[in-house]
Design a protein around this ligand. Structure first.
Ligand code: NAI
Ligand code: MG
Length: 350
């Protein structure tokens, strides 16, 4: 298991320490961790947020564990030198087209959610977002209309192979869960969505055990806050997925609890918390490392097929929350290392 460890800057450094302690406590076979710089740290040392030696390590590794980037001292640099470019560069290099974001309510955390506790309790969804296509990557530009008005345009398109490969990921994700897949689109007005719906429907014959449904995105946004328990796995395009995954994650309470995986064709993936490098709390030792630790669990599950080990880590995080070991983001006083200590103790029976 050769893992590229890219802690990044800000709280990325602090939360990565705890995730590596948790992996260390798991007695994993042949665990090999190789560190490289990324983000602001890399810019200050090497003059680039994603230097060649980091890309080389990523190329040779089986999986990438990524902390966070966003060093504000780089705010005035040209766009291609900003820390956030490292994330985009990595996605491009690794050709990760599927972004998985689980949003699950941890028992006892209902009060942290903006939803009513009885509704919040039912959230347990994985949003599978297409990451490489859609309106973000279509032809775009500014032009003048015949009347001399400025006009911006961004072309939305998907070809059927792009839909098929993300749909496969979603069906497989559903197979490993409650076998319910909801495909979200806007097929009542968009041709892209009509194709999306047709292709997902065609593919469903390969996964007869999965119950497939379709929903328009505006309704899905409403249903996510009205009755999130109806969703198991949601698959959707890049734009809709960007919005819905943020919405779903906020229903859970703290950003410090939410992990993600970005996957490509093989088993190699990029695993990172959904939050950024939180410069407002960096260096204080109060960041919640749970999202980073849960990202490491996703890595074991998706890149190494270690479902049992991933389950153990997830259960340990849940147990520690249930014990009331809460970070500042959840109204508690536990420090980053205290949360890490508690999770490691849970795993080792210490
Ligand atoms: P952020 O996610 O870094 O922080 C938002 C708020 O949540 C802050 O108040 C922060 O203190 C809090 N927070 C975030 N993670 C936390 C944790 N683990 N424990 C406790 N509190 C936590 O988003 P923000 O402030 O908008 O962005 C900061 C920088 O991070 C920016 O430069 C942004 O571009 C970058 N960013 C990087 C991402 C990445 O590395 N993939 C993703 C999102 C933002
Ligand atoms: Mg977003």
């Amino acid at each position: 298991m050769h893992i590229a460890v890219l802690a990044g800057d800000g709280i990325g450094q602090e939360i990565m320490v705890e995730a590596l302690r948790v992996l260390g406590a798991m007695d994993l076979p042949n665990l090999c961790l190789d560190h490289a710089d990324v983000g602001g740290v890399a810019y200050h040392k090497h003059g680039h947020p994603l230097p060649p030696e980091t890309l080389e390590l990523v190329q040779s590794a089986d999986a990438v564990l990524f902390g966070a980037v966003g060093d504000p001292s780089c705010d005035n640099l040209e766009r291609h030198l900003r820390p956030e470019q490292a994330v985009l560069g990595l996605r491009k290099q690794m050709q990760t087209f599927a972004n998985l974001r689980p949003a699950k309510m941890f028992p006892g955390m209902e009060d942290a959610s903006g939803l009513k506790p009885e509704i919040a309790r039912s959230i347990d969804v994985v949003i599978v977002r297409e990451l490489n296509g859609d309106v973000y990557f279509g032809e775009k530009g500014m032009r003048k209309t015949a009347d001399g008005l400025r006009e911006g345009y961004d072309v939305m398109s998907y070809d059927e192979s792009e839909v098929r490969r993300i749909a496969h990921v979603a069906f497989k994700t559903a197979m490993g869960r409650d076998k319910r897949l909801c495909s979200v689109d806007k097929a009542n007005v968009l041709e892209t969505s009509q194709l999306w719906r047709d292709v997902v429907t065609e593919l469903s014959s390969e996964y007869p055990e999965v119950e497939l449904s379709h929903m328009y995105v505006d309704n899905a946004a409403m249903q996510l806050v009205r009755n999130p328990g109806q969703f198991d796995v949601v698959v959707t395009g890049n734009l809709f997925g960007d919005i819905l995954s943020d919405q779903a994650s906020m229903c859970v309470g703290s950003i410090g609890l939410l992990a993600s995986a970005s996957l490509g064709d093989g088993t190699k993936g990029l695993y990172e918390p959904i939050h950024g490098s939180a410069p407002d709390i960096a260096g204080q030792g109060i960041a919640n490392p749970s999202a980073m630790i849960l990202s490491a669990a996703m890595m074991l599950r998706h890149s190494f097929g270690m479902d049992a080990e991933a389950d153990r880590i997830e259960a340990a995080v849940a147990a520690v929350l249930a014990q009331g070991v809460l970070g500042h983001d959840l109204g508690g006083t536990a420090s980053t290392s205290e949360i890490g200590d508690a999770i490691v103790a849970q795993l080792t029976g210490g």
